[in-house]
Design a protein around this ligand. Sequence first.
Ligand SMILES: Cc1ncc(COP(=O)(O)O)c(C=O)c1O
Length: 487
Amino acid sequence: MTENGLGHWERVLNVDTMNPNVKRVEYAVRGPVVQRAVQIEKELKEGVKKPFTEVIKANIGDAHAMGQKPITFFRQVIALCVYPDLLEDKFPEDAKNRARRILQACGGGSLGAYSASSGIEVIRQDVAKYIERRDGGIPSNPDNIYLSSGASDAIVTMLKLLTSGEGKTRTGVMISIPQYPLYSAALAELAAVQISYCLDEDKCWSLDVNELRRAVKAGREHCNPRAICIINPGNPTGQVQSRQCIEDVIRFAAEEHLFLMADEVYQDNVYAEGCQFHSFKKVLFEMGPEYSSVVELASFHSTSKCYMGECGFRGGYMEVINMDPEVKLQLTKLVSVQLCPSVPGQALLDLVVNPPQPDEPSYDTFIKERTANLHILSEKAKMTAQVLNTVPGIHCNPVQGAMYTFPRLTLPEKAINAAKEKEQAPDMFYCMKLLEETGICLVPGSGFGQRDGTYHFRMTILPATEKLKIVLEKIREFHKRFTEEFS
Ligand SMILES: Cc1ncc(COP(=O)(O)O)c(C=O)c1O
């Protein structure tokens, strides 16, 4: 409260009057450990002495920030789209053709124009063709494709459409534990009810339908379960679900009358032998019309992950299946309020779904770069699990896919008590201490949800190989020191 000519003045918007749902939102991936890491970076720049010379951020799935190189063809086309005068310069013909095609589809031939709210039509057609190729010819209709500013945008939009009711009729949404905190954050903001189902750590974070049944039954006591979200390959747990598991989930969704949301942003990030990515759409249609004609599905993809890692462009799409035509009209209306998804993001997405073809000049370089990016990730996935499993007190499941590991920590009782005294979750205490002593920035498992009494951290496999080796070595030394200190 302050005094001025109007007398007592209390801000209209303060923490007591603001939207309480926003206050309930938490997003660990950019939480306190990361904020402290940013501060430490500043301190290092100012010359403050630390036991390390740099902060290594293994907290966020941002490949380019960690040094991954962009795909040349993508950047050439985007450069041409952004500054079409370059079309007069020496660029590969296929890049020029692609840029001209995208620009022709843009208002006024400019990437700076708004597009249709569901995205540029030719790009939606290219997305549909990509999905058909990916799914072995199962048809995809461009009218079911909505382009988005990253997958996050489309996921939140779908959750908004699904949320209704009050009290016991309030929409409940099933999400995994551990989960990617976009889901819990969006549900908190929408005041929808989170229904948690646990992944089975002892079975490589697989999904058990009995656990889904338990969770939905418990959810029905206090809300109206209407949707289930699956992240496959998984973040933060790095598992790739089997085809059998996907079928089970589809059957479960049908039995329980749930809308299915399949987050498939890591669809190219599969490393483990014997593992394969199966799209929910493909499996749904292969299960026959009994399921494919009724189960409502929205699946999501993004330019941010896989071999591209182009997070900053904010490109993505969702495909909706069996959506009520009237709801589709509402969806189109809802997305039109934001005018349109990022147009550079749409252009980049077009290149992802329509990359250079074997008879085009950029093909060889494209394949070489894509293969190299995925190969390096695959090597780092193996190395991460292998090294962490040599540390007594750390247990790490194989990193089958995605870009993360979520190892379990055995923490001494004294450390757990010390954390309690500081009113911190034990794994937050651990990660903070790791950061202060080594400069390594990880995210505490508590930010993703975990079974009570278990402790984890999430680490990305994105630091460059040599740096990742250092990170793993430092974690090993730290864990040993930490265990001794609190024993
Ligand atoms: C599982 C999952 N879904 C969605 C997203 C959002 O990605 P974007 O909005 O950048 O496409 C992420 C980002 O890390 C993710 O891990």
